[in-house]
Design a protein around this ligand. Structure first.
Ligand code: NA7
Length: 554
């Protein structure tokens, strides 16, 4: 389907984005509810984050067997993952397979950037405008825009324009880049930098890593999949999903229910050793219940990782730079890596500590820091994203009375359950701000199914518009802030609390806590007929030309 400049089209629902979220949303709305649905996607193909993030070393860091859809047992049985953490091309192939299997591509318009989405109060529709000038009118406007990926952050470094070499962001990796024989600089050591650094070090003539904050990096222990394990998983999928969906983080495992402070040092150390040997994100959420909430409990695990770093890094100067000390483990999104610390011992790798010796400027032939000049042919920005709100603000979204979303969220994003926000009726958000996050496909499936059920309810009950009551939404957001303040999530600058972007309001952007509890809350909301939402029905009597909004008892 091609965009036609200056035309108008009417559908039931517009979904923006064709990643994990958009593909499943299209399938639900079109194939289960029978709605005329159109997906608009900026990229040339499906995949969302897995379309864009093509940097060397890109792979997911959730275990593959739960980093997929669960809604169709046949799909689960027919797809085989090659390893514990599949690479970007493999995940992209999976999503392409899904799009083909459910015949989704025919309702997706690719290469189409959405510039604006305005709510037309008179007609009670959203008017979604593409960069090509097409306007699509829809009753339901669903943002499946991801919370990272598209809103790339490149710091405004003086002199960048003067650089004679190539530079790019990791999520906009150009085709055909050859780093062989090049002097490469990479800025950033988040999940992306940690994945890219060991792989680029293998290829480049020399790699300079510009590190601002030393990270806690747990070994991924990536391996090709054990056939017997895969067979066991496939035989037990229903139970694995049940556990994952009601767990704290969307995985089939949980913490052991104990406080890290209730056991002796030896026992605790053994638990951490076992999880470290197993590797992966299980280390972060499979030990004690209070490592994210209690600083003293957290100290035990933070110190364990520091002890491991001391074992892995022999050189004193390197160790001093790499040892994470200025924030507790888990105050940021946990990172897993492969040969990360070991890479810094290579003779073709230099670690530049830009916390103590900040970058002064980019020069035509490299980067000047307070420590000295680093000559470079290529600069890679692994500097992250304007997370959660950035993808929304890329679109000129206007709700009731022309209110812009950017203005409404000036002091920080809002939303009730992270699924809808007041003043923007029928604008549904998948993994939007103030929702609970976790293993992404699990969160996405939940949000998609909740939204589809809500739209189904609206159609059955004759509800034309739905939006949260402002005061109840505000209570939800305050609750997030209170819970975030009690956790360790505010103790480090990161994209999770908005502090990675200059000028962005600081607040924890997602609902902290237990994903299964969040699911329970959202399910109850639906079962009770959406009591926290204002529902506007059409008046059948045309003489009244009006509407009825209802508020049920809370
Ligand atoms: P992150 O986790 O936001 O990491 C960005 C990195 O870039 C981080 O190490 C930053 O340093 C660094 N950074 C940002 N600006 C600068 C400047 N001006 N100078 C030096 N260093 C800078 O992004 P990722 O892409 O790695 O990961 C994002 C998520 O994607 C990840 O959590 C997964 O969910 C997938 P800092 O550490 O803040 O000092």
């Amino acid at each position: 389907m091609a965009s036609e400049a200056g035309t108008e089209a009417e559908v039931d629902a517009v979904v923006v984005g064709a990643g994990f979220a958009g593909l499943y949303m299209l399938h639900k709305l079109r194939d289960d509810l029978g709605l005329k649905t159109r997906v608009l996607e900026a990229a040339s193909g499906v995949g969302g984050t897995w379309h864009w993030n093509r940097f060397p070393g890109a792979r997911c860091d959730s275990d593959a067997y739960v980093y997929c859809y669960s809604f169709d047992e046949e799909l689960l049985q027919e797809w085989d993952w090659s390893g514990k953490y599949p690479t970007q091309p493999e995940i992209l192939s999976y999503l392409e397979h899904v799009a083909e299997r459910y015949d989704l591509n025919k309702d997706i318009t690719f290469n189409t950037f959405v510039d604006a989405a305005h709510f037309n109060s008179a007609d009670r529709v959203w008017e979604i405008q593409t960069r090509d000038g097409e306007i699509v009118r829809a009753r339901y406007f669903i943002t499946a825009i991801g919370h990272l990926t598209i809103a790339r952050y490149v710091p405004d470094l003086p002199g960048l324009r003067s650089f004679d070499g190539e530079w790019f962001h990791t999520s906009a990796w150009p085709e055909g880049v050859d780093l062989k024989g090049k002097r490469v600089g990479i800025i950033g050591t988040g999940s992306t930098g940690v994945q890219a650094i060991p792989v680029i070090a293998e290829e480049a003539e020399h790699l300079v890593v510009f590190q601002r904050t030393p990270q806690y990096v747990v070994p991924a222990c990536h391996e090709t999949v054990d056939e017997a394990f895969l067979a066991e998983v496939k035989a037990n999928y229903p139970e694995i999903w049940e556990r994952s969906k009601w767990s704290a983080g969307g995985f089939p495992w949980q913490h052991n229910g104990l406080s890290a402070l209730d056991v002796d040092d030896r026992e605790r150390w053994q638990v951490y050793e076992r999880l470290w040997a197993e590797g992966g994100q299980k280390f972060a959420i499979g030990s004690y219940k209070d490592i994210l909430m209690d600083r003293r409990a957290n100290d035990t695990v933070s110190e364990f990782i520091r002890a491991k770093v001391r074992e892995l890094v022999q050189d004193e100067d390197l160790l001093w730079k790499l040892l994470p000390a200025d924030h507790p483990y888990m105050a940021r999104r946990p990172i897993i890596g492969t040969h990360y610390y070991e890479t810094f011992s290579r003779t073709n790798v230099t670690l530049a500590d830009v916390k103590h010796y900040p970058i002064i400027e980019v020069t035509p032939d490299g980067i000047e820091t307070e420590e000295g000049h680093f000559a470079l042919d290529v600069i890679v920005f692994a500097t992250g994203f304007d997370a959660l709100t950035g993808p929304f603000f890329n679109i000129d979204i206007r709700g009731e009375g022309g209110l812009s979303l950017q203005e409404a969220w000036r002091d920080g994003p809002s939303g009730y359950l992270g699924l809808l926000t007041s003043g923007f009726p029928n604008m549904f958000m998948i993994t939007g701000p103030t929702s609970a996050q976790g293993n992404a496909p699990v969160a996405i499936e939940h949000h998609v199914e909740w939204i589809a059920d809500c739209i189904d309810y609206m159609r059955q009950e004759g509800v034309e518009l739905i939006q949260p009551y402002e005061d109840l939404e505000s209570e939800w957001v305050q609750g997030i802030r209170r819970r975030a303040d009690r956790s360790l999530k505010t103790l480090s600058d990161s994209w999770q609390n908005g502090s990675n972007i200059p000028g962005k309001p600081h607040m924890v952007l997602s609902a902290p806590g237990h994903f299964g509890m969040y699911r329970k809350t959202t399910d109850e909301e639906a079962a009770q007929g959406y009591p926290h939402f204002m529902k506007t029905k059409a008046i059948v009597d045309s003489r009244l030309q009006s509407s009825v909004s209802t508020r049920s008892a809370q």
